[in-house]
Design a protein around this ligand. Structure first.
Ligand code: KIV
Length: 266
């Protein structure tokens, strides 16, 4: 397939065609997923949990992210690669600039930052310097200790209003993509309709412009045995990993995934 760019993703949003995204951490899976038609490969700091066996994403370093971004780049067949800024890597704008430079030089086409309106100056600076930014809002796993667990966000009116305002403020600052994790489906729909940039959901209903899952989750691989409600095991009924990836792409594209049981109400 021709290389996916931000313009491609913007075009998909415009056409109403769902964008497919999966986490990816190495060359072999990058090859398989991009060949299956996954448009965006997210080198997520979830690698701290699914590859390294930690109980949160907090121990992941920028060096870890650069290593897995470079590995993903080597196997990629034209997908857009997004790399996560790990915990505290964008605590100041200076750190953000230095760490994003490392990830872009390792092979990322875009970086993802967890946070809300406080990120506006960082997003503006990175964008002005030529680094596209995806902002990760709602349940932000790097703040698990502050949030008191991996909980749905934006259920209360005031929280929902704040999230909508912050998303649009970050878009205004230059964010080229918004990722919403574990928010009520109705709130995700409102943000998707209000935003001009693509909005990708995980546990955010099926009206967003695209979907993402953690690769290991959708392949039915779990260290803890606890499977989040928004996950579907795409290996079920498939003879190969390639088949599962293909089934994921098809289900996102025809909006049969996520079904209502994978989402949350307010
Ligand atoms: O790190 C990650 O895998 C993520 C997804 C949960 C969206 O940020």
């Amino acid at each position: 397939m021709p290389a996916i760019t931000l313009t491609t993703l913007q075009g998909l949003k415009h056409k109403g065609e769902p964008i497919t995204m999966l986490t990816c951490y190495d060359a072999t899976f990058a090859h398989l997923a991009s060949q299956a038609g996954v448009e965006v490969l997210l080198v997520g700091d979830s690698l701290g949990m699914v590859l390294q066996g930690h109980d949160s994403t907090l121990p992941v370093s920028v060096a870890d992210m650069a290593y897995h971004t470079a590995s993903t780049k080597r196997g990629n067949q034209g997908a857009l690669i997004v790399a996560d800024l790990p915990f505290m890597a964008c605590a100041t704008v200076e750190q953000a600039l230095a760490n994003c430079t490392t990830l872009m030089q390792a092979g990322a086409h875009m970086v993802k930052l967890e946070g809300n309106a406080w990120l506006a100056d960082t997003v503006r600076l990175l964008t002005e310097r030529g680094i596209p930014v995806c902002v990760h809002m709602g349940l932000t796993p790097q703040s698990v200790n502050l949030l008191g667990g991996y909980k749905v966000q934006g259920r209360e009116d005031a929280q929902a209003r704040q999230l909508r305002e912050d998303a649009l403020a970050l878009e205004h600052a230059g964010a080229a993509m918004i990722l919403l994790e574990c928010v009520p489906s109705a709130l995700a729909t409102e943000v998707t309709q209000a935003a001009r940039v693509p909005v990708i959901g995980i546990g955010a209903g099926n009206a967003t412009d695209g979907q993402v899952l953690v690769l290991h989750d959708m392949l039915g691989l779990s260290l803890s045995g606890r499977v989040p409600r928004f996950v579907k095991n795409f290996m079920a009924g498939q003879a190969s990993i390639a088949g599962a990836l293909q089934a994921y792409v098809e289900a996102v594209k025809d909006r049969s995934f996520p079904a209502s049981e994978h989402g949350f109400n307010a």
